[in-house]
Design a protein around this ligand. Structure first.
Ligand code: COA
Length: 381
């Protein structure tokens, strides 16, 4: 018996999962039972990935999983050649999804959905995503990709691939926390898209391409790009309140469709599940302040803080993960249209975890539509 239609599948339970729990009323997020605020920074991103995939943290002395991830580092030559041919105007997430499609053609396990093959592909994807996005960021800004098997943590390696220099321990720690905060978020849109693709028994690369494509939109991961662009546009903390007022006031009298336009919203606010600010946003806010002060970008943080206060005064919309993460990215000298790529570097851990879970106990995901069209009729004449 079909259930009633819910717009946007709001609050519809569409999967069973043991990976991540969200308490939207309390603003809490748990990976395998551990609260995110307790994990982030205390446990390296590699161990968080192990937790998401296998259900437990590795013992602190057990480096086998981190070593396996590190052994998969390096940009495959065909991917580098592809990136070198893309027009420099190509959006970083478009470059990423194109590279993932190409990588599938070279992966020895693409056609196998056996557990060992899928695990091997997950390990390769964990490196392929940061290697690709970092190489594309360098190529499109006229720099050669960083070569070689640099050591260090996953986060440090990513920063080194981006900048060509080993990061300080503090900056590597910030990136590690950012990756953990983005690693998973239950049945968010990109993870749902991935699970639908996996459930057809399409291969892991195909499902990950679906996820990256879905992440791009401004209702989902694309919002952090919009946040940074907005904060830079405002520029002066004294203008933040007026910006919020003019954007929210302009919504009055507009149609539902016009109000739904991303340009009629304040990016970084609102969430389908949270009713209050979530724990990730709280961690990111204090990190954003520290980073902005340390790098002389305090003005952008002040713009963000004033905008946050103006939103608090005018709406009950919670701030989301994309808002203060944008300030952190600015302090790391990351341009707006590269922000969502960093999201992908963290989220690929969750995508892989959900793919492994879906493959392990699979049934085709095929809901119904509530048909509201014309009743059955005959062709005229
Ligand atoms: C996240 C988001 C897509 C959730 O959407 P949702 O649960 O479908 O909520 P709706 O789009 O139905 O919005 C409900 C109401 O709140 C308003 N609203 C939601 N987010 C808003 C925002 N950021 N700014 C202004 N108004 C907002 C909507 O316009 C709508 O009001 P209306 O009925 O008067 O038009 C939405 O809050 C949003 O677009 N936020 C901005 C983009 C963003 O930050 N995305 C990252 C999410 S992690």
């Amino acid at each position: 018996m079909a259930t009633e239609w819910k717009s946007g599948l709001e609050d519809v339970i569409a999967a069973r999962s043991a990976i991540t729990a969200i308490d939207g009323a309390a603003g809490r997020l748990y990976y395998r039972g551990y609260e995110i605020g307790e994990l982030a920074g205390a446990v390296p991103f590699e161990a968080v990935t192990h937790l998401l995939w296998f259900g437990e943290l590795p013992a602190r002395s057990d480096t086998a999983f981190a070593d396996r991830l590190a052994a998969a580092r390096g940009l495959p030559a065909p991917v580098r050649e592809l990136l070198e041919r893309l027009p420099r105007t190509c959006h970083p997430l478009d470059a990423l999804r194109t590279a993932l499609s190409l990588a599938a053609a070279w992966d020895p396990d693409t056609r196998s959905n056996e557990p060992e093959a899928n695990l091997a592909k997950c390990v390769r994807l964990m490196s392929l995503v940061p290697e690709t996005v970092a190489a594309w960021q360098r190529l499109r800004t006229g720099q050669a990709p960083v070569q070689g098997q640099a050591g260090g943590s996953h986060a440090a390696r990513f920063l080194q691939l981006l900048t060509g220099r080993a990061p300080t321990a503090e900056v590597a720690r910030v990136m590690d926390v950012v990756l953990t905060l983005h690693a998973d978020h239950e049945l968010n849109a990109s993870t749902f898209a991935l699970r639908v693709a996996v459930a057809t028994l399409a291969d892991l690369h195909a499902a990950t391409v679906a996820a990256v494509s879905t992440l791009k939109g401004p209702r989902h991961g694309g919002a952090n790009e919009d946040v940074l662009a907005m904060l830079r546009e405002i520029g002066d903390p004294a203008r933040a309140e007026g910006f919020v007022a003019s954007r929210l006031d302009a919504r009055e009298g507009k149609s539902r469709r016009e109000r739904a336009d991303p340009r009629a919203r304040i990016p970084g606010f609102g969430h389908r599940v949270y009713r209050v600010d979530d724990a990730r946003a709280r961690v990111l806010k204090s990190m954003a302040k520290e980073m902005a002060d340390a790098t002389g970008r305090g003005r952008l943080f002040e713009v963000a803080e004033r905008l946050y206060d103006a939103m608090r005064a005018r709406t009950s919309l919670p701030v989301n993960v994309d808002f203060f993460s944008a300030v952190v990215y600015d302090a790391l000298d990351i341009p707006p249209d590269f922000c969502t790529s960093i999201f992908a570097v963290g989220r690929v851990a969750g995508w892989c975890g959900h793919a492994l879970e879906q493959f392990a106990d699979n049934r085709l995901i095929r809901p119904r539509a509530d048909y509201v069209g014309r009743p059955p009729r005959r062709l005229a004449g």
